[in-house]
Design a protein around this ligand. Structure first.
Ligand code: ADP
Ligand code: MG
Length: 429
């Protein structure tokens, strides 16, 4: 692979905590004697969280957001820089983890729709606003000749089944989504709708359509508790001229590249768009492909809390196995002793970890947002969440810009390049 850009950046997975405020619904539903708030944060130690349970426990993270934190602050402090990295060409993944009702979907904006008030908008619509305003200024610029294309897809993992939330027709009629690996070991998904989008409104429409399709069912804990993982993915393709030439020409493709609207296959994760280009003296057209995953994980609570039975219980167990696999991957990656040796990382234990293989300890910038309730009633789940999140802090990702020179896989292009270089070489002699 001709991955030429950027070099590799070794970074830890960023882990932040968001403490939810007690809502009117919580005050109605939690037993009064357990509504006491057992979490303390301090403006003087913004990376610490103290849980006053049976014993006092202190945890530290990259950032701890207290209950009064706005959606805008979360975005500005933890997400905006990642959107900039995404536009540079890095893969980025944000995961929301926590028990049901802790604020994962609210934080991520996975269920946002066009009529949601500006203040309440979650991470996805805010990231899309930044992305499209950047793209608009790139396209309007007289000096920046990049051409950017954005595609979205929306998938759900429910009982280890992959469901395309943007698939057409009823569930049975849709093609099944498969996780595949290309010859270079990159993960990609086939049979999935990837839809080209031109502005934020279009993205939010697809988000709303997809989240209507999400599996929801009733349990004692939360009538809309989701037992599935939802992954909203954005793929950005940038074509740019890799030179300081003053009068670049448009790339000319000898065959049509990616279809311009709905396509049924997903581009592999790293630089791998095989496109031929006419070779011009002024430089090479390169393609940069980057992927942004927004992952709204299923509730992390223990099954017994939800009084689940029958099918519901089966769902509950399946979810726990996905999160369990994620926890095992996190442990294997995060243990500094293990990391020094080449340890087996159990990505294949679940669909979730297989899909996120590139994003955990792989080629991505990753942010884990762990959401917790402040109420004494949830203290055990809160401590479990904080311990789980703490393990993720040790993971080291190695992220590179996914850049590939166009025509690199095109023998005809390479032959004409060799001829041209020989001529230049002779002329120099
Ligand atoms: P989860 O996705 O973790 O199950 P939700 O995001 O659906 O939880 O949140 C549960 C409820 O709490 C929703 O009604 C949501 O609007 C509300 N909520 C969550 N976080 C906040 C917050 N930071 N401020 C106000 N309300 C919130
Ligand atoms: Mg949710």
């Amino acid at each position: 692979m001709a991955s030429t850009g950027g070099g590799s950046e070794k970074v830890s997975v960023q882990v932040v905590i968001r403490v939810k405020p007690l809502t009117a619904h919580d005050l109605e539903n939690l037993p009064t004697r357990f509504q006491r708030q057992i979490i303390t944060t301090s403006p003087y130690a913004t990376n610490q969280i103290v849980v006053e349970g049976e014993k006092r426990q202190v945890f530290s993270f990259d950032n701890v957001f207290p209950p009064e934190t706005t959606q805008e602050e979360i975005y500005d402090k933890s997400v905006e820089n990642l959107v900039a990295k995404f536009i540079e060409g890095f893969n980025v993944t944000i995961l929301a983890y926590g028990q049901t009702s802790s604020g994962k979907t609210h934080t991520m904006g996975t269920a946002d729709n066009p009529s949601i008030p500006l203040d309440s908008k979650g991470i996805i619509p805010r990231a899309m606003a930044t992305l499209f305003s950047t793209i608009n200024s790139i396209h309007q610029s007289k000096t920046d000749h990049r051409k950017c294309t954005i595609k979205v897809s929306f998938i759900e993992i429910h009982n280890e089944d992959l469901i395309d939330l943007l698939g057409e027709g009823d569930e049975e009629g849709r093609p099944s989504v498969q996780i595949r690996e290309d010859s270079k070991g990159n993960i990609y998904w086939s049979g999935l709708q990837e839809i080209k989008v031109n502005n934020v409104d279009e993205v939010i429409n697809y988000l709303a359509i997809g989240s209507q399709h999400r599996q929801v069912g009733a349990t004692d804990m939360n009538e809309k508790s989701s037992r599935s993982h939802a992954i909203f993915s954005v793929t950005m393709t940038q074509q740019k001229l890799n030179t300081n030439a003053t009068s670049p020409m448009s790339p000319t493709f000898s065959r049509p590249g990616t279809p311009s609207s709905r396509s049924i296959s997903r581009a592999p994760s790293r630089a791998n768009s095989v496109m031929s280009s006419r070779f011009d003296d002024i430089g090479e057209w390169v393609t940069i492909t980057s992927k942004f995953h927004f992952v709204d994980l299923a509730g992390s609570e223990r099954l017994k809390r939800t009084a689940a039975s029958g099918d519901r219980a089966k769902e509950g167990i399946a979810i726990n196995s996905g999160l369990l696999a994620l926890g095992n991957v996190i442990s294997a990656l995060g243990d500094p002793n293990k990391a020094r040796h080449t340890t087996h990382i159990p990505y294949r234990d679940s669909k979730l970890t297989r899909l996120l293989q590139d994003s955990l300890g792989g080629n991505a910038k990753t942010l884990l947002i762990a959401c917790v309730s402040p109420a004494e009633y949830n203290v055990n789940e809160t401590v479990n969440t904080l311990k789980y999140a703490n393990r993720a802090r040790n993971i080291k990702n190695s992220a590179v810009v996914n850049q590939e020179e166009m025509g690199w896989n095109d023998v005809g292009h390479l032959q004409s390049l060799v001829i041209k270089l020989r001529q230049e070489n002779n002329a120099l002699k």
